[in-house]
Design a protein around this ligand. Structure first.
Ligand code: FMN
Length: 506
């Protein structure tokens, strides 16, 4: 928790109420999940590409509100399923244009002390060695506040854009697993903690004997090199992931420290969260150590009328086709083929394997979601992108967040925006004080001035408590540490030969 003075682990039970953790959710694009709001005069999304102060102001605001992190989505390619064309997405600004989210992170780090940065990067387009270098650099420059949202990339338009073959769903997770193991070798196993001597007298900057070349000769990747950056504060950044298919859950339960889920109702999420925690336990990890965050886009007013007015204002600027472009692409269902008021059937949504979570969301038919007609989907997905969008006072929204926490067994939320930074300001000014009053949110940290804080916790410490700078002992990356590296490699070899034998026998 960004503002926990004592850096306690996020409490999950016990005498104190379970804390609600908030992350800001954004993307380096004009239309992230509320499509058409670039027409709203109060929206600053247009400034993202033109004015670095958009990012530095946002980071300062979220830190002031005690947010754990700013979570940045990313993607390649364009949405082209709706009407079988990229035209609607390009015309409406539906996650288009899309700039690189890694670039503003150093600027934001320079104006904050505690806020974490969870940035999305795909395992499908760049070699792990290249990404290892970039993330170590960012973890150094943020003083250990860097996190990575691992995605495998599901868009065929992205594969065409980068000129690589499209890889099917489960295979992408298999490749991502190998990718992560290469990274653990580089981040955890290549440098000893004492390799950087910086000894002016002897002229030894780095002790050659304490830097290991890693030799990874895997199915997909091959690396023969030492890591090119000395160990950053966290070594491995905090690992996030967002996939809830069986393969996605297996991957997340193995590697992720935080998992990002989305659905219109907490009842949709509850079985997924249960499955994630069970899979983590089966992988030998503490299920509570995986922090689960749900996407939600609240519209909060000073009072009920103010909230309603903001919602109605947002509706005036909605570009429904922007929402449908995103919805059709993530589900694989081109809703332009259907009558606007015909409810989607099981037949319509079966046999598609893009974003399983999105497809799974369509199967839920509780009272708390609208009838799934293209017309309703257009509006729902055009504000908040098919995530929940409670409208009301801080007290009403806090009630809703508490309900989600209880029903779905989650740890917090990625708060999306309708207009930025207005929606985030409402969260900081109205929601955070309300959650504090309820004992659901850590107290404000006194401002000690620019250098007044005795020490600033790393991203991972803010999640797991003071001292937990590096991967926990029950995380698979822990085995690749410099001192135990040889054992980890031996075990990896054993596992590989067992797998090969099993494949030969079947
Ligand atoms: C809440 C949520 C957020 C996601 N954010 C991104 C993203 O920023 N970039 C991306 O390429 N994929 C994103 N995805 C897609 C996932 O990384 C994953 O590819 C997709 O969910 C397919 O995996 P699954 O079938 O296991 O759910 C997101 C998915 C969910 C559910």
């Amino acid at each position: 928790m960004a503002s926990s003075e004592a850096n306690q682990e996020i409490p999950s039970n016990g005498t104190t109420k379970k804390q609600i953790v908030l992350n800001g959710f954004d993307m380096f694009t004009v239309g992230h999940l509320s499509f058409g709001q670039w027409r709203n005069p109060t929206d600053r999304a247009k400034d993202k590409r033109r004015d670095l102060s958009y990012w530095t102001d946002l980071a300062k605001l979220l830190e002031k509100g005690g947010f754990l992190s700013l979570f940045l989505a990313d993607t390649y390619g364009v949405y082209d399923t709706y009407k079988g064309s990229p035209e609607p997405a390009i015309r409406t600004g539906s996650q288009w244009p899309m700039a690189d989210p890694v670039i503003p992170v150093s600027a934001m780090a320079a104006v904050t002390k505690r806020l974490g940065f969870a940035v999305t990067t795909s395992t499908s387009y760049e070699q792990p060695y290249v990404v290892a270098k970039r993330f170590s650099t960012l973890d150094h420059l943020t003083k250990g506040r860097f996190g990575w949202n691992i995605v495998t990339s599901w868009k065929e338009s992205a594969s065409r854009a980068v000129g690589l073959p499209y890889v099917e769903h489960d295979k992408r997770y298999e490749i991502a697993d190998e990718y992560l193991r290469v990274l653990y070798k580089l981040w955890e196993g290549s440098w000893s903690d004492t390799a950087l001597l910086e000894d002016a007298e002897s002229g030894v900057y780095t002790d050659y004997k304490q830097v290991r070349s890693i030799h990874h000769h895997g199915e997909k990747f091959r690396v023969d090199a030492p890591h090119i950056v000395d160990p950053s504060p966290q070594r491995t950044p905090v690992l996030f992931q967002a996939g809830t298919s069986p393969a996605g859950i297996k991957f997340g339960a193995t590697h992720a420290e935080g998992i990002f889920v989305s659905g219109l109702s907490p009842h949709i999420l509850a079985p997924r969260v249960k499955a994630i925690r069970e899979a983590a336990a089966a992988a030998g990890r503490d299920p509570a150590s995986i922090k689960v965050f749900a996407m939600i886009t609240p519209i909060i007013g000073a009072d009920a009328d103010d909230a309603r007015r903001k919602y109605e204002d947002a509706l005036r600027y909605v570009l429904v086709e922007g929402g449908l472009a995103q919805f059709s692409a993530t589900t694989g269902v081109d809703v332009s083929r259907f009558d606007l008021d015909r409810e989607l059937t099981e037949h319509d949504i079966s046999a598609i394997a893009r974003v399983h979570s999105a497809v799974g969301n369509l199967r839920y038919q509780g009272d708390d979601v609208p009838r799934l007609t293209p017309r309703n989907l257009g509006v729902v997905s055009a504000i908040g992108g098919m995530g929940a969008m409670p409208v009301g006072t801080a007290a009403e929204v806090a009630d809703e967040l508490e309900r989600w926490i209880d029903v779905a067994d989650i740890d917090g939320f990625n708060l999306g925006y309708v207009v930025t930074p207005g929606s985030f300001e409402d969260a900081v000014n109205y929601l955070v004080p309300e959650l504090r009053r309820r004992g659901r949110y850590p107290p404000e940290i006194p401002d000690h001035g620019a250098d007044g804080l005795p020490s600033t916790p790393t991203f991972r410490e803010q999640i797991y408590g003071k001292g937990q700078v590096h991967l926990r002992a029950d995380h698979p990356g822990f085995r690749y540490k410099y001192d135990t590296y040889e054992d980890a490699i031996a075990q990896e070899e054993l596992a590989r030969s067992a797998k090969n034998n099993a494949e030969t026998i079947t």
